[in-house]
Design a protein around this ligand. Structure first.
Ligand SMILES: Nc1ncnc2c1ncn2[C@@H]1O[C@H](COP(=O)(O)OP(=O)(O)OP(=O)(O)O)[C@@H](O)[C@H]1O
Length: 300
C-alpha cells in the first residue's frame, strides 16, 4: 500500500497514434501529462474522441503506447505482472459480460483470484445487487450489469481503481448510491481515476478535474477553481429596449443597484438575472463549445 500524497499515477509526454499509411493516421493521445496522487479522486473530462479511454487503457496495461513515460503504482504497466494487476481495479467502458453465471458466482470467482479480496456478499450489497445475487448475469438490465462491473472492479480491494464512464445507464437513484460508494472507497484510502461525461458527477466526486481535448490536457484544477479565477465571475443579464445585455462582474449587487436606479418609476429591470457560471459552463468554454445559455453568459 502506498502512502497518501505519493504519486499513484505519473504520465509524461504520452502519445498514441492509430491508423496506417493507407487509411491515414490519427493522434488519439498527443503528448499528455497526468499526475494522480495516492488517495485522490481525479475525474478526466473531455468530448467524445478526446483520448480519455485510450489513455486509461494504456495506464491499465491493456493498450500499447507509441511514446511517453508511464508509471502506475511504481511500475510501467507495459512490463508489470500479476502482482501489480492485483493492486488495480478496472471498470471498463464496455461491459461484454453475457455469462450464464449468476451475479454471486461471478463476484465470488473474481474474489478468489485476489490475495486480499473484499467479502463478495458485502460488495454485492454495496452496489445494490443483493436482490439479483442469484440472477444470471445475461438477464440483467444495462444499469444492473454496469453495477456488476463495478462490483468486479472493487472486489479485489484495489489500491487504484479505474472507472471509465461508470454510471452510464444508471437511474438517478442508482447514480447517487454509486457516488456514496465511491466516496466510501476513497475514505478507505482507494485512489480513483474516473472518466465521465456527467459534470455533476465530477463536481460531486472529484478532488481534481482534468480536461482533455485532442489528446492533450487543456486545463486542470479543483472543480471550483477550474478555468482560473475569472471563470466563475458572476454574470448580470437584462433586457434593454428589446436588446439582451450582459455584464460579467465581481460586484453584481452594485450593477443591479445601478440598473434599478436607472429603471422606470416601477423600479423593474426587464429580464434581470444574476448567475454564476457552473462547472458545465466552464468546461464547455474550455473545450471550445459555447455554453448552453451563451446569451446569458455573454462574454464567457
Ligand atoms: N482501436 C482504435 N483504432 C483506431 N482508432 C481508434 C481506436 N480507438 C480509438 N480510436 C480513435 O482515437 C480517438 C480517441 O478515442 P478514445 O476512445 O480514446 O476517446 P474518448 O475520449 O475515450 O472518447 P469517448 O468519450 O467517446 O469515450 C478517437 O478519434 C477514436 O476514434
Amino acid at each position: 500500500m502506498q502512502t497518501s500524497g505519493s504519486p499513484a499515477v505519473q504520465v509524461r509526454g504520452l502519445r498514441k497514434r492509430y491508423g496506417n499509411a493507407r487509411t491515414g493516421f490519427k493522434d488519439a493521445v498527443a503528448g499528455l501529462d497526468l499526475d494522480v496522487s495516492t488517495g485522490e479522486i481525479v475525474a478526466v473530462l473531455g468530448p467524445n474522441g478526446a483520448g480519455k479511454t485510450t489513455t486509461v487503457e494504456i495506464l491499465e496495461g491493456f493498450r500499447d503506447r507509441d511514446d511517453g513515460d508511464v508509471v502506475v503504482l511504481g511500475e510501467d504497466p507495459r512490463d508489470a505482472g500479476r502482482a501489480w494487476r492485483a493492486r488495480i481495479g478496472v471498470v471498463m467502458q464496455d461491459s461484454r459480460d453475457l455469462s450464464e453465471l449468476t451475479v454471486a458466482e461471478k463476484v465470488r470467482a473474481a474474489a478468489a483470484s485476489y490475495p486480499d479480496p473484499r467479502d463478495p456478499a458485502e460488495v454485492i450489497a454495496a452496489v445494490g445487487l443483493t436482490e439479483k445475487a442469484r440472477a444470471r448475469t445475461r438477464g440483467l438490465s444495462g444499469g444492473q450489469r454496469r453495477r456488476l462491473d463495478v462490483a468486479l472492479g472493487i472486489v479485489g480491494r484495489p489500491e487504484l481503481l479505474f472507472l471509465d464512464e461508470p454510471t452510464t445507464g444508471f437511474d438517478p437513484q442508482a447514480r447517487r448510491s454509486f457516488w456514496d460508494l465511491v466516496t466510501g472507497l476513497r475514505d478507505d484510502g482507494t485512489t480513483i481515476l474516473l472518466t465521465t461525461h456527467y459534470l455533476d458527477e465530477a463536481a460531486q466526486l472529484a478532488d481534481r478535474v482534468v480536461v482533455v481535448r485532442d489528446g492533450v490536457v487543456v486545463a486542470e484544477g479543483t472543480p471550483d477553481a477550474l478555468g482560473g479565477p475569472g471563470a466563475r465571475t458572476p454574470v448580470v443579464a437584462w433586457d434593454d429596449d428589446g436588446v439582451r445585455r450582459v455584464e460579467r462582474t465581481d460586484r453584481p449587487t452594485a450593477v443591479v443597484a445601478r440598473l434599478i436606479a436607472a429603471a422606470g418609476p416601477d423600479g423593474e429591470v426587464p429580464g434581470l438575472s444574476v448567475s454564476r457560471p457552473t462547472l458545465e459552463d466552464v468546461y464547455l468554454s474550455l473545450i471550445g463549445e459555447a455554453p448552453i445559455n451563451d446569451e446569458e453568459r455573454g462574454a464567457a
